[in-house]
Design a protein around this ligand. Structure first.
Ligand code: SD4
Length: 324
């Protein structure tokens, strides 16, 4: 991930704050189609280019925002190189990969799974919880059994690379829940479709080498993700403990409801994190998309990037941040 990021920075000049990414041929064809019906938009955390391409493919064919965010989130879930989502995610301190995910649609429905083992596409499992059960949250063994009953394959999610990283960590085995130093590419993705409907999804393997059973913000409705179709949507990445304490995504949507631009709402929500002192120099990044299609992003520290698709064009941005 860092390598790809470095590549774009070198290629397009660091400091510009925005990079246009190359659009594959399939998307270029879909782009002309989408221009007939403007309004479709996607925003996602980090340089998740392949994810937003998959999501845009859905939107450009008049698919729903819900299908788009699910399609997008599934991409890093299947990518063994992405060490903070799905297959290839770094394990907990006992060497076991446990995943968290949630999804919300334009009807205000939500589904979430947490502490799930051996199931790669937890975002799709969260969607099944939303659509096929009377519940919002399913955790651990219960979620795994539900996955089995829904025909999700059971897979070993620990790659050789992740196992090696865990073994290296074991030498010192320091438990320091401090996320800035760690690479993190957790995906939070928001979309607005041709009907102006909003949806969002978030999926992660959580903090590397976490305590067994630890759950961050990513599967928590209101913290890691919130969508209100009349108002807007927000999601985030970074130290889940901090986001959970301030109920990040919900607070951003509530500020947008009161008339704030998503950019200002993200900044205000980040400022609320500044009172948290007991985690040292942690990182949090928020993104938001309101019902008018306006976007916002802000992070606590330098280094957070987000990616936007508008009218078929993919752009990567360096987020503004609080601590200079
Ligand atoms: C968590 N927010 O579990 C997630 C971690 C994350 O990139 O965003 N990593 O706390």
């Amino acid at each position: 991930m860092n390598t790809r990021r470095d590549f774009f920075q070198k290629l397009l000049g660091a400091g510009l704050g925005m990079y246009s990414l190359q659009i594959p041929e399939t998307l270029r064809l879909l782009q002309s189609e989408s221009l007939k019906s403007p309004g479709r938009k996607i925003i996602a955390t980090w340089n998740n280019q392949k994810a937003v391409e998959a999501a845009w493919k859905v939107l450009s064919q008049n698919g729903s925002a819900l299908d788009a965010v699910e399609a997008g989130a599934r991409v890093p879930e299947a990518d063994p190189e992405d060490t903070s989502v799905g297959y290839g995610g770094f394990p907990d301190r006992d060497g076991e990969v446990t995943l968290d995910a949630c999804i919300m649609d334009h009807l205000g429905r939500s589904g979430s799974v947490m502490f799930v083992r051996n199931i790669k596409h937890v975002v799709s499992l969260a969607r099944r919880v939303m659509e096929k059960t009377p519940h919002v949250y399913l955790a651990g063994e219960g979620a795994e059994r539900f996955a089995e009953s829904e025909g999700f394959p059971k897979e070993n999610l620990l790659t050789e690379k992740a196992r090696k990283a865990w073994e290296e960590w074991l030498i010192k085995a320091e438990y320091k829940p401090k996320i800035n130093a760690e690479r993190h590419d957790t995906i939070g993705i928001l979309a607005q479709d041709h009907l102006k409907n909003l949806s969002g999804a978030c999926t992660t393997s959580g903090m590397a080498f976490k305590m067994k059973g630890r759950v961050g913000d990513s599967p928590i409705i209101g913290s890691g993700l919130f969508v209100d179709n009349e108002v807007g949507a927000a999601t985030g990445t970074g130290l889940g403990e901090a986001v959970n304490r301030k109920v990040g995504a919900f607070s951003i949507v509530e500020m947008i409801r009161q008339g704030m631009h998503p950019q200002k709402a993200c900044r205000k929500a980040i400022e609320r994190l500044c009172s948290i002192q007991d985690y040292g120099e942690f990182q949090v990044g928020y993104i938001a998309l309101d019902h008018k299609g306006q976007i916002g992003a802000y992070s606590l520290r330098k280094g957070f990037q987000y990616i936007v698709v508008e009218e078929g064009k993919i752009k990567l941005f360096d987020s503004d941040y609080h601590f200079h």
